[in-house]
Each structure stands twice: as C-alpha cells, then as structure tokens.
Design a protein around this ligand. Sequence first.
Ligand SMILES: [Zn+2]
Length: 201
Amino acid sequence: MTTQPLECGRTPDYLLELVADEAVDGPARAAVHADRADLAHLAGCRYCGAEAARLRVDWARVHAAARAPVDVPVALVSRTLATLGAIRGDPATGHVEIQQTGGTLWVRDRVVVVLARELARDLLGELRRRWGLPDGTCRVLAVTGEPHELTVQVALPYGGPLREFAEHLRVRLAGALQVQLGTAAPDVSIEITDVTHVTGQ
Ligand SMILES: [Zn+2]
C-alpha cells in the first residue's frame, strides 16, 4: 500500500500497521511488536499522532459495524427452507419416470429442481439482455414445490411490465424442461417475490 507522506515526511503505513496490531492484540502487545524508532517518532510527532488518532477512530467504526446485528430479510429464511425442501424431494418416490423406447429413465427429484433452477437462471439472463436491462435486475431467488409442479420465485425490475416478463420466462422455461424431461416435465409457475431497481437510467 502506498500512501502520501505526512507533513513530517513519514508515510502513515507504519501507523496503519500499528493501529491494526492494536485492534487485534491490544495496545500493550502492539507496542512490544512495533519498531522502537517508529514508536519514538510517534511519541514526539503531532502529525503522526493526529493520523494515528484518526486511524483508531476508523478501526473503532469497522469494529462497531462488524458487531452490529444484521437484519435477515423476512422472506429469505422461508425461501431458503422452501428450496431445501424441494431439493430434498419426496422421500417416498424420490424420482420422476420418463418412459422411452426400450426402457424407463429415472430422474431424481432433486435433479429436476436443480435443472429447473439452472435453466430459469440462464433463460432469465437471456431475457434480461434482450430487454436491455442491467446486470442483477432480473434474478431467480428460489425454486420451490413438488418435482411435478414447480414454482420459480423471481425478482424483476420495478417499473417494467412484470406480468409480461414473468410470462415470457414461464413459457421459455416450460419449453426447455419439456425438451429435457419430455412427459416428466413439471408444470411451472412463476411467482414475482421481489422487485429490483434499475439504477443509472
Ligand atoms: Zn511523524
């Protein structure tokens, strides 16, 4: 890290190191590890003293931020649990059957869910680019439900034609699953669970 020298001519890098050590080991241990000449200079230099004080305040802010409790969005927990539930699948059967010429193809429930999620992500990304929307404005949040009847939860951009976006995705996804799974393809519903904001436009 390169920083501008202070008015005394020293660069504040050594202070940053010292203050970081203080934060981790406490001031006493940090002073033991520090360079003698640095400490002697710091003791007599008001520029370095002021810079060290500023850095200590910054560190205190970082610590306060790290300790602050983070509110988990209400829907996040239920969404995560629902996805896990869907991926676990139905323990009684655990698979869908695809009748083919010459035999049966079995696809595990969780594969159907994962497949739907990956396809939904790809297709939504494709639609987003076609609609000329910035990265991150169209997102698949979760895939829930039974392997025969999946719900894809999405976040779509505020102010856009939400119903049209969702319907495009539903039709494309149902088609893609049909190609992959044939008669075993699940019914697909789209649930708009969140809206995103298009910035910089
Ligand atoms: Zn100094």
